[in-house]
Design a protein around this ligand. Structure first.
Ligand code: C2E
Ligand code: MG
Ligand code: MG
Ligand code: MG
Length: 276
């Protein structure tokens, strides 16, 4: 940004801004290097059926164990990858990795789990997304009915026409589609029902204080009722306590995901969990 403020290539950085931009550049190149050297990993967080606690699927979540910085949160590095554009090749890697894992678990008899993969805004607006997804599905041999793409309301609402045709294409391919972090965006019910969505994921923000907040109870209840009446599968994220489990199950939420059951774990650990 500072570059644009300067004239003829000059920019007047304050020392603080300067330090900030240097740190930022270092972080960007560190992230690129980590990706190039294969240091980013995928972990898998189970989603369980509210009715009987069986693991029905998993969400693939990126992990960056950094030798000096420790575990770097995706909440920190995904936005950076978005800005630099790294998210596009990184997202392809995630999708391919996740599909291969789905196929391997099925082949090994671990289970035929629905594999959910997050897409971010830049990936969603990338003009090659559809072809990339189709190529990865074909190359890995994953059953498209076992692959779910998680997108957010804001991605749908940015360019509704484009989103509709993209989603229609994914449905023709046989994929499952989920709206992530539902309730935090601006999509109206009227808009939502126009999209061929299979699943709504209730944002963690409404689950966190369920026990103490009558308002959050009302919101969670309303989302579940609405999802059911639209014929959608509904998942609650960020479930951490038994009272939350009971509330959500009693209100008809189909699936639960959260630390109460498990955090995201490496593939081997998930297989062990399913073996029990
Ligand atoms: P998300 O897709 O909404 O993923 C759920 C986040 O909630 C994950 O954070 C998960 O670890 C966390 N979570 C799950 N259960 C609980 C719980 O009971 N309590 C609490 N406090 N947190 C819980 P994570 O892994 O840090 O990821 C953050 C976000 O980064 C994700 O939000 C997603 O938007 C993005 N992200 C992660 N991996 C990928 C990826 O492979 N591609 C893209 N495009 N985005 C990703
Ligand atoms: Mg997600
Ligand atoms: Mg989410
Ligand atoms: Mg979230």
């Amino acid at each position: 940004q500072a570059k644009e403020d300067g004239r003829n290539g000059f920019a007047f950085y304050s020392p603080a801004l300067n330090r900030h931009s240097i740190e930022r550049l270092a972080f960007e190149s560190e992230l690129q290097r980590a990706f190039d050297q294969g240091q980013l990993q995928l972990h898998y967080q189970p989603k369980v059926l509210a009715a009987d606690g069986r693991i029905k699927g998993v969400e693939a979540l990126l992990r960056w164990p950094h030798p000096d910085m420790g575990a770097v949160s995706p909440a920190r590095f995904i936005p950076v990858a978005e800005e630099t554009g790294l998210i596009v090749p990184l997202g392809r890697w995630v999708l391919e990795q996740a599909c291969r894992q789905q196929v391997a678990w099925k082949r090994e008899g671990v289970g035929d789990l629905v594999m959910a993969v997050n897409l971010s805004a830049r990936q969603f607006s990338d003009e090659n997304l559809f072809d990339d997804v189709a190529a990865i599905v074909a190359a890995t041999g994953v059953d498209p009915a076992s692959l779910e793409l998680e997108i957010t309301e804001s991605m749908l609402m940015r360019d509704i026409e484009r989103a509709m045709s993209l989603l229609a294409g994914f449905k023709r391919m046989g994929l499952r589609l989920a709206v992530d972090d539902f309730g935090t965006g601006y999509s109206s019910l009227a808009n939502l029902k126009r999209f061929p969505i299979d699943t709504l994921k209730i944002d963690r923000a409404f689950v966190r204080d369920l026990e103490g907040s009558g308002e959050d109870q009302a919101i969670a209840q309303a989302i579940i009722t609405m999802a059911k009446s639209l014929g959608l599968n509904v998942v609650a994220e960020g479930v951490e306590t038994l009272p939350q489990v009971d509330f959500l199950r009693d209100r008809g939420c189909d699936e639960l995901q959260g630390f109460y059951f498990s955090k995201a774990v490496p593939a081997g650990e998930l297989a062990a969990m399913l073996g029990r």
